[in-house]
Design a protein around this ligand. Structure first.
Ligand SMILES: [Zn+2]
Length: 314
């Protein structure tokens, strides 16, 4: 009896292992899609890479079991796993890793007021994500992936990122410092942008800009009325006089009793002045709020409002 049942049990066991191969393929497919997304985060890329690597080594183990590799259903399951492996090793995955490293490096540079690095790292991140987007093959829209020019751009971008220390990691996982000569090789456009940021920071050292269109001096304070206005001392009087002429009680416009604290929570809302969309940024000083308002342009026509979101903690 055992001699009769053993072959059929073994076939059932092979089927079971092939089903496990299928399960791996089924789970890995949506995870591989993360690596094709231009806006993938560093965490997302790390997660997807680890999951795909684990699935591939599990699949390799299953394929060594008798009968699994020869099973007629095996090639179909393997095609998803091979596609995920290709995605894992694609240059676009490297670009997403660089984009995440550049994003982190830009945030660190921003905290250190290092304007050249902010603009260089943001430029690298943007170029990486845009190339990942171009790589997506979409037959319906007629998109066919990278052209020869895109491939050349990829090469250049990877070399540039390596020189800035965005691709190599030391043992602790921190990016290696850039080669000093690379600073000189960046296009003049970026130095110009960095100079613009430095100039904006210097202007904003005086604080928030007066919202009176005829004034716009820096160092305005929050006022009780009009709602949302920031006014300098001269404009408080001008606006109050104007409102009095329109029937308001004299002294309606006053500096806000909460004041304009040097340390507080300021919210900057950046909005699309000619369309839909807005985004807010939290800042911890009036100088930073005005700087963000003047340097972040998420829309072609970006407008801004600033308000104090909370009283400072005492
Ligand atoms: Zn003013």
């Amino acid at each position: 009896m055992p001699q009769v049942s053993t072959p059929s049990l073994s076939a059932a066991e092979t089927d079971r292992q092939v089903r496990r191969l299928y399960d791996l393929a089924h789970r890995v497919r949506p995870i591989a899609h993360i690596l094709a997304h231009p806006q993938a985060t560093g965490d997302g890329v790390d997660y997807a890479s680890a999951r795909i690597r684990r699935a591939l080594s599990a699949a390799r183990r299953l394929l060594t079991l008798p009968g699994v590799a020869e099973h007629e259903e095996a090639p179909h399951a393997l095609s998803s796993l091979t596609a995920a492996e290709r995605q894992l090793n694609a240059p676009t995955t490297t670009l997403l890793r660089i984009a995440a490293a550049a994003q982190e490096a830009a945030a660190r540079a921003d905290a250190a007021d290092d304007d050249l690095r902010v603009v260089v790292f943001r430029d690298i991140e943007e170029r990486c994500r845009s190339l990942v987007d171009t790589a997506v093959v979409a037959p319906i829209s007629g998109r066919r992936g990278w052209s020869a020019r895109d491939r050349a751009a990829n090469e250049t971008l990877q070399q540039r990122s390596a020189l800035w220390g965005l691709t190599e990691r030391d043992d602790s996982g921190a990016a290696l410092p850039p080669q000093p000569e690379q600073v000189l090789r960046e296009p003049a456009e970026l130095s110009w942008q960095a100079a613009e940021r430095a100039a904006a920071r210097a202007r904003c050292a005086a604080g928030i800009r007066c919202t009176e269109q005829t004034c716009l001096t820096y160092g305005a304070v929050k006022v009780t009325f009009p709602v949302g206005a920031w006014l300098c001392a001269a404009c408080i009087r001008v606006v109050d006089t104007r409102l009095t002429a329109n029937g308001y009680a004299p002294g309606t416009v006053q500096p806000s009793p909460g004041g304009t604290p040097e340390r507080g929570r300021y919210t900057v809302r950046l909005y699309n002045a000619t369309g839909k969309g807005s985004r807010t940024v939290e800042c911890s000083s009036p100088q930073r709020a005005q700087f963000i308002a003047e340097t972040e342009r998420p829309f072609n026509n970006t407008g801004y409002t600033i308000w104090i979101s909370a009283e400072p903690r005492s």
